[in-house]
Design a protein around this ligand. Structure first.
Ligand SMILES: Cc1ncc(COP(=O)(O)O)c(C=O)c1O
Length: 381
């Protein structure tokens, strides 16, 4: 019985063009989040090797039960310094960090206000928190400023749309209303900010704000951290089940995070180059027929390395994606539930492992393939 129910679900997914399978990338990759190309950086790899020799393979336990070490202490201090926060706490993943942050804030906030396009980990965290919730239309925060004692939660650089939240507005609204702002900088950290700190600037007052940063994207490693006031971090350490009841990340990961922070600071050209490429591609696609790439709403948005190339319809986006992949480009189609129905797209994310020349060639190829695709559709109609 259960077996046939499982089969039925899979068949329904297949019929709706929503069935996923794992596939090995073959072409030039514009799929992953290794924006700065650090996953293959020799300094990170060497730091990892040294850590394996020094600390062994595993962390042996949760942070509160044997998993803690000087390495964690020093890297957490470095994370806090890097993001200009009083304190930081490491997690194995950003998913867990979001569950932890929202979970503890649910104890002190009366409700939660969340952007409709927030990441699945935020959505799940809110569901688990059981707080009364208000979902704001994407990026439209102004009317909610009056909510008292609420948790305001938003990504800063949106993972699927590549657009930017009004971070300062959200933080100010939280401060003014006796609430709290949680900013998820998973994709902005390392990419934006003077030294790669993200879109929430370093600040003195962290009483009403905290942020999530992840190290598996621009930092090229894995893992995540919560940054905030000492009191907030203390609450997480004492109350957050996704922190307390899980094995600490392996020391090798922690050591590479520490090195990645140094590299991001020491090699600002990576951020500049990435953002420059983003502007170049966006300008090339600006006038494409059917406007697949939404126009940036702010000057900074031109520099966002996440390019949502809209091709509405699950079937249609898969067909176009197939054309793109046949041309030697590794780009993936994004469908529901990752994005809403009707908002299907290719998510093109730029990264520095690919040369500038190949990035420009990709942009030109996609432009030409798109024009041909539209023409072919017109002929078939
Ligand atoms: C906005 C956002 N937050 C959190 C996460 C989760 O981070 P991690 O991959 O480290 O679990 C992601 C991952 O894709 C993300 O895009």
């Amino acid at each position: 019985m259960i077996g046939s129910a499982i089969h039925e679900i899979l068949q329904t997914l297949q019929a709706a063009h929503l069935y996923r399978k794992l596939s090995l990338g073959t072409g030039v990759s514009f799929v992953d989040n290794d924006y700065l190309g650090l996953s293959t950086h020799t300094r990170l790899i060497e730091a990892g090797k040294r850590a394996l020799d020094l600390y062994g393979a595993g962390s042996k336990g949760s942070r509160l039960l044997g998993g803690h070490s000087h390495l964690f202490e020093s890297v957490e201090e470095a994370v806090a310094r890097f993001f200009g926060a009083p304190a930081a706490l490491l997690f194995s993943t950003g998913y867990l960090a979001n569950l932890a942050a929202v979970g503890v804030l649910a104890e002190v906030c009366e409700s939660v206000v969340s952007d409709e396009k927030n990441h699945a980990s935020i959505i799940d965290a809110i569901r688990l928190s059981r707080l009364p919730k208000t979902i704001v239309s994407h990026l439209l925060w102004d009317p909610i400023a009056q909510q008292k004692g609420a948790l305001f939660v938003s990504e800063s650089l949106f993972s699927m749309d590549g657009d930017l939240a009004p971070v300062e507005t959200i933080v100010r609204a939280a401060e003014a209303s006796g609430g709290f702002a949680l900013i998820d900088e998973a994709h902005a950290a390392g990419v934006f900010g003077e030294q790669g700190e993200g879109l929430l600037p370093r600040r003195h007052n962290w009483d009403a704000v905290a942020k999530v940063v992840t190290f598996g994207k621009a930092f090229g490693v894995g893992g995540a951290a919560l940054c905030g006031s000492r009191r907030f971090i203390d609450l997480v350490l004492n109350r957050a089940r996704p922190f307390i009841f899980t094995t600490a990340p392996p020391p090798v990961v922690v050591a590479m995070i520490g090195e990645a922070l140094k590299v991001v600071r020491a090699e600002p050209w990576r951020r500049t180059e990435l953002r420059d490429r983003a502007q170049w591609v966006r300008h090339l696609w600006e006038k494409l027929p059917g406007s697949p790439l939404p126009a940036p709403k702010t000057p900074l948005e031109w520099e966002s390395p996440i390019l949502p190339f809209r091709v509405c319809g699950a079937d249609r986006v898969l067909r176009f994606c197939e054309n793109v992949r046949e041309s030697g480009l590794e780009i993936r189609a994004i469908r529901t539930p990752t994005v809403a129905e009707g908002e299907e797209r290719l998510r093109v994310s730029l990264n520095l492992r690919v040369s500038r020349d190949n990035t420009e060639t990709m942009a030109e190829m996609l432009r030409d393939l798109w024009t041909e695709f539209l023409l072919r559709e017109q002929i078939l109609e």
